[in-house]
Design a protein around this ligand. Sequence first.
Ligand SMILES: [Zn+2]
Ligand SMILES: [Zn+2]
Ligand SMILES: [Zn+2]
Ligand SMILES: [Zn+2]
Length: 344
Amino acid sequence: MAVVRAGAAELGFAEVAPAWRLRSQQFPSKVGGRPAWLGEAGLPGPAELACSLCGRPLAFVLQLYAPLPGRADAFHRGLFLFCCRAPPCCAGLRVFRNQLPRKNDFYSHEPPSEDPPPETGESVRLQLQSGAQLCRVCGCLGPKTCSRCRQAHYCSKDHQAVDWRCGHKQACRQAGNVDNTIPDHNFLFPEFEIVIETEDEITPEVSEKEDEPEIIGSMGEAPAEELESMAKHESREDKIFQEFKNKIALEPEQILRYGRGLAPIWISGENVPQEEDIPDCPCGAKRIFEFQVMPQLLNYLKADRLGKSVDWGVLAVYTCAESCSRATGYTEEFVWKQDVTDTP
Ligand SMILES: [Zn+2]
Ligand SMILES: [Zn+2]
Ligand SMILES: [Zn+2]
Ligand SMILES: [Zn+2]
């Protein structure tokens, strides 16, 4: 159970962990695999987990266990981030929040044991306590059923087709053989635990930038003000990127930074959201920054094996300042993507 606490800036690192530590009962923070759902009511459905740009099912990127101290209704609290990994799109992003009081329908009142549970033989969870079925490919709600065997469940036609190609075509004919033959569909991201550490306050020496080289020769026809403003823009761009590098230099492996209500650090001066770019929560409250995903995570996702792939500089997640509990189930929050600019 890697708890992220509001207040200080905390860093997340990806580490290999035994599968049991990444199950829902352990309240994990983790990357990849299938989501370890927190509350089992009101899961986002196939429509909410479809890419808003291309319509294909989104892939689970990571989840954070981020309870709010002092909030009885958010004794447990999880944030779940999804992205589109279907080429050529690879651009859609969505994030959901779920929270539960300590007394709830799904988990014990006591914290989970630090020891591995007795082996149940259950490798992949395909059913919720309510009986609702999960998709064999992505682990999200699977309201569609294979019409032949009536045992395999999917979120979408898309994933049914993937599973069919990956072996369900054979397993479908063998009754009772469906659940324990889940192939690698080449859809999920590799799975890691996210280990949280508080950021060291010591900031590394900021290397003084060398003097700007003189531009020799004719300035051509460009007006002086334009050149001046270009130069200013470029040096501002350099400065922001340099600050970003300095900030992560001590812990270059960090895959995320958590700090509810803190300011994100941007990799570029381009495409920084203004206040009006962050939509309010439907409850009426403002959304505030909660965590950011760093470009280092891309190394763990190994997403580029498919060619055109997911990419980002920074993903900044903003959540309801009130962390409202109006709706039971999963509430969509807001994610802002900033790319690495390729300005010279
Ligand atoms: Zn898409
Ligand atoms: Zn699916
Ligand atoms: Zn079937
Ligand atoms: Zn709200």
